[in-house]
Design a protein around this ligand. Structure first.
Ligand SMILES: [Zn+2]
Length: 219
């Protein structure tokens, strides 16, 4: 999908990766509530990512929705609907990233560990380098942790072809969930554009994910 603003952010991103500081870290004074650039960004909570910096956004330009993985969850969709229909955004940018922690566990593994399975506790301890301490109780929520599909890899493993494929799968799942939602219009006069990217935490660069395409395999 063509979108002039997203292409501008991609140019900003190249300058950021070279060391340029485009985001101005100053309070801009009184501003309108609606994002000035009509853009909503969904990104992982990873500590190495600063969304405003890497896209060259200023305070007041964008809605930034972050969670573990940059996953399109029920709450992400809630935010995007409010962002578009009430606060006039028309462009969505979805960002996953290399070395993401969501590649290093599965929902079942984390649940089993929290509920007291010694084997899961041991594996999670090895994966994270901290003593995983089980709560030894079951709980009905959260219903999902949204760990990424595919074979587990060590925490913070360097990005290889397999990791990139797993990240692409989840970006496409997110794009699909947004594009197919009945309350997020992607056609007609009120249409929203949606594009997905993988951010490389080592180089600072964004890489666009093609869509449509594979969304994962359990094999
Ligand atoms: Zn992450």
């Amino acid at each position: 999908m063509a979108n002039v603003n997203t292409d501008t952010y991609l140019e900003n991103n190249k300058r950021y990766a070279k060391g340029e500081a485009i985001h101005k870290p100053v309070h801009p004074g009184k501003q309108p509530i609606a994002p000035a650039r009509h853009v909503a960004v969904v990104a992982c909570m990873d500590a190495r990512i600063d969304v405003e910096d890497l896209l060259g956004l200023q305070t007041g330009d964008a809605h930034i929705i972050r969670n573990a993985g940059g996953v399109v969850t029920d709450d992400t969709i809630r935010c995007l609907i409010i962002s578009h229909h009430l606060l006039n955004t028309n462009e969505i940018i979805l960002i996953h990233h290399t070395r993401c922690g969501m590649l290093a566990f599965t929902d079942d593994l984390l649940k089993a560990g929290l509920e007291g399975d010694p084997a899961a506790e041991k594996l999670l301890g090895q994966a994270t380098g901290r003593a995983f301490t089980s709560c030894k109780t079951a709980a009905s929520t959260p219903t999902a942790f949204h760990a990424f599909r595919g074979a587990l890899e060590p925490l913070d493993a360097p990005c290889d072809a397999k990791q990139k494929e797993r990240l692409q799968w989840d970006v496409r799942r997110g794009l699909s969930a947004i594009l197919s939602h009945p309350w997020i219009p992607t056609e007609g006069p009120d249409a929203v554009t949606v594009r997905g990217f993988i951010y490389d935490v080592d180089t600072g660069l964004l890489d666009e994910v093609s869509y449509p395409g594979p969304m994962g395999s359990i094999g």
